[in-house]
Design a protein around this ligand. Structure first.
Ligand SMILES: C[S@@+](CC[C@H](N)C(=O)[O-])C[C@H]1O[C@@H](n2cnc3c(N)ncnc32)[C@H](O)[C@@H]1O
Length: 262
């Protein structure tokens, strides 16, 4: 029962911006509206896209202000008090520039990398006149030959299979004593290491489970010390039903880790 509730909740997090207003359940790793049986999938023609292709497809609409996880994450991010003036910041998987733009507006010199050219196009359009350099690259091998005061990686690592490799690559770009801010959707309750997640109504992509232990191990191996883990709650999100409201109140939807490079 507990596992069903957890799975449904993660599905809810992933799909809530676009889901129909009734509760969903999962069927063979895909998320389907609860009132329908599994054969509903046959009619729905859910398309599976590689992660890169999903973001290429989604870029123009990614900023539509209806993703509760993004809203809740940003609220927690803004509670982290850092003087960004003059700081060199690398935003890994910067997408349409949500954090990069905010940090550049606060006086930082920002470099954003992402492997989706369409996401970067939107970011460039939104950030005209700001001190941001955008580079199209896969985070597995970041082609930027500089060290940064802070590296931010927000809501990206669930899309990355090899967490240790990603954290090493992130750490490689941080000055000694510098900082990493890593946010991600909680996935330690997923039943499988890799699952299809439905991010848009008719599209699935892959998500990779990283438990809290996986994160801790990857941070340690990458020479990063964890100072604080902030929880992201979707408390402000209007939910119907007592059970759902309880889940939202007590079940962290994601985390932000604050780390120091040793
Ligand atoms: C959920 S979006 C988050 C975007 C942005 N960080 C934010 O929080 O608004 C995930 C982003 O990660 C990028 N991404 C996923 N895997 C990547 C990889 N291996 N290398 C570079 N970018 C990646 C996607 O293209 C997408 O822009």
């Amino acid at each position: 029962m507990q596992r069903c509730v957890s799975r449904a909740f993660v599905s809810y997090l992933v799909t809530s911006s676009t889901r129909p207003p009734f509760f969903r359940s999962t069927c063979r790793g895909q998320v389907v509206p609860a009132p329908f049986k599994c054969n509903f999938l046959a009619d729905m023609q859910i398309q599976h896209l590689e992660i890169h292709d999903l973001y290429q497809h989604w870029a123009e609409k990614y900023d539509e202000p209806n993703n509760p996880l993004v809203i809740a994450e940003e609220k927690v991010f803004k509670q982290i008090e850092i003087d960004l003036r003059g700081k060199k910041i690398l935003d890994v998987g910067c997408g349409t520039g949500r954090h990069a733009i905010r940090m550049a507006e606060a006086g930082a010199e920002v470099t954003g990398i992402d492997f989706s050219s369409n996401m970067l196009e939107v970011a460039k359009r939104k950030s005209a006149g700001l001190n941001i350099k955008f580079v199209k690259a896969d985070l597995k091998s970041i082609p930027v030959d500089e060290l940064f005061d802070i590296v931010v990686c927000s809501l990206v690592l669930n899309h990355v299979e090899n967490l240790q490799l990603a954290m090493k690559e992130i750490s490689r770009h941080i000055k000694k004593g510098g900082m990493a801010l890593i946010s991600d959707m909680r996935s330690d309750n997923w039943s499988t290491a890799r699952k299809k997640i439905q991010i848009l109504p008719n599209i699935t992509t892959y998500g990779f489970k990283h438990s809290q232990l996986d994160y801790r191990a990857a941070f340690g191996e990458a020479g990063l010390k964890s100072n604080r883990r902030r929880k992201i709650f979707l408390q402000d999100f209007p939910a119907s039903g007592f059970g759902r409201r309880l889940l939202l109140k007590f079940f962290a939807a994601g985390y932000i880790y604050e780390l120091t490079k040793l």
